[in-house]
Write a protein that binds this ligand. Structure first.
Ligand code: UFG
Length: 333
């Protein structure tokens, strides 16, 4: 039985492919390289010393998808394909709903046709919207997402719940990621956004490597220890390992729809990140304090207890590792 990974050349997808191959899974990977590079596929093979089938294709291409299900014995699907830029999603909602929601539907419908009912979905902590309490547990209210990207994640979660309700032989894991950062310790794969990054860690990395002049810190008047926003940063390799554990859970007899937060349970401020990055990499990160970014929330972090108890998931990498690995990847490029 093989695992079909959609979006396997992307940031989280590529790290997960490495961990799945290391754990002995056989893979079929697809990606259309709309936000990733073909060289990543070779790098996954270099890191692991293992081979897998790869198809360059859009996951909305139903006939090609069917060909993959016919040619391979697929046992489960992990869906990383999808657009993920919050700001862009506000500008191009139709593109986001088509790519993310229709893509997931095409995939799920094809799975149903071929009798494959194990599905791991890349969701996001953004589905919690403005938190009513911190830390966030999986039973916290979801909804009131503030942008189409977040709403696509919410809609797909609802679709999965409806599918499971209609047929309880499906086995589904919804993984709500907090803030994935860092890179593989080899420095071969990592986060490589096109243009000016929206997210904190890639932005800092471009300042460290002098591609950008200085960081703008979006507000220092939040009700947090130093006034800057607090997030739950999780090393992408820890996050990737969470997918292996989720698949193992789906391989057990008991069927179900399971929802897990993947975070560390620790909140770090923007200034914590800047200081740690400077210290561990021996670089300077010039910054200025600017206005708050619209839609930002002061404090967001996970209660990771459920993933620990039910999956055995514990994020083991530190903030030092996250900052060091992010910089190593950028320096090697
Ligand atoms: N920040 C800055 N300057 C920057 C970029 C970010 O100060 O140039 C601050 C933000 O204000 C925030 C923190 O750094 O306080 C983290 O911001 P990111 O953009 O890195 O991450 P977000 O928490 O805003 O969003 C991330 C993902 C979303 C996901 C969300 C929910 O980008 O896809 O987490 O967990 F939906």
């Amino acid at each position: 039985m093989k695992i079909l990974v959609t979006g396997g050349a992307g940031y989280i997808g590529s790290h997960t492919c490495v961990e799945l191959l290391n754990a002995g899974f056989e893979l079929v990977v697809i990606d259309d390289f709309s936000n990733s590079k073909p060289t990543v596929i070779e790098k996954i093979k270099t890191i692991t010393g293992k081979d897998f089938s790869f198809y360059e294709m859009d996951y909305l291409n139903r006939s090609l998808l069917e060909k993959i299900f016919k040619e391979n014995e697929i046992g489960a699907v992990i869906n990383f394909a999808g657009y993920k830029a919050v700001g862009e999603s506000v500008e191009k909602p139709i593109d986001y709903y088509i790519n993310n929601v229709s893509g997931a539907l095409v995939l799920l419908d094809t799975m149903k046709k071929y009798g494959v009912k194990k599905f791991v979905f890349s969701s996001s902590a953004t589905v919690y919207g403005e938190p009513k309490k911190i830390p966030l547990t999986e039973d916290c209210h979801v909804g009131e997402t503030t942008n189409p990207y977040g709403t696509t994640k919410l809609f797909i979660e609802q679709i999965l719940k409806d599918i499971y309700r209609s047929d309880s032989t499906w086995d589904i894991a919804i993984l709500r990621y907090f803030n994935p950062v860092g890179a593989h310790e080899s420095g071969l794969i990592g986060e490589d956004p096109e243009g000016i990054p929206n997210n904190l860690m890639p932005y800092i990395t471009k300042v460290a490597s002098h591609e950008l002049e200085k960081l703008s810190i979006f507000g220092n008047d939040y009700d947090t220890k130093d006034g800057t926003g607090v997030r739950d940063y999780i090393h992408v390799v820890d996050l990737a390992k969470g997918h292996v554990l989720a698949l193992n859970k789906l391989d057990k007899e008991e069927k179900g729809l399971f929802v897990y937060n993947l975070g560390t349970g620790k909140g770090y401020s923007v200034l914590d990140i800047v200081k740690t990055y400077e210290k561990v990499n021996n670089v300077e990160i010039p910054y200025q304090i600017t206005e708050r970014r619209k839609g930002d929330i002061a404090i967001y972090y996970a209660d990771p207890t459920k993933a620990k108890e039910e999956l055995g998931f514990v994020a083991s990498k530190t903030l030092d590792d996250m900052c060091q690995d992010a910089y190593r990847f950028a320096s090697k490029k």
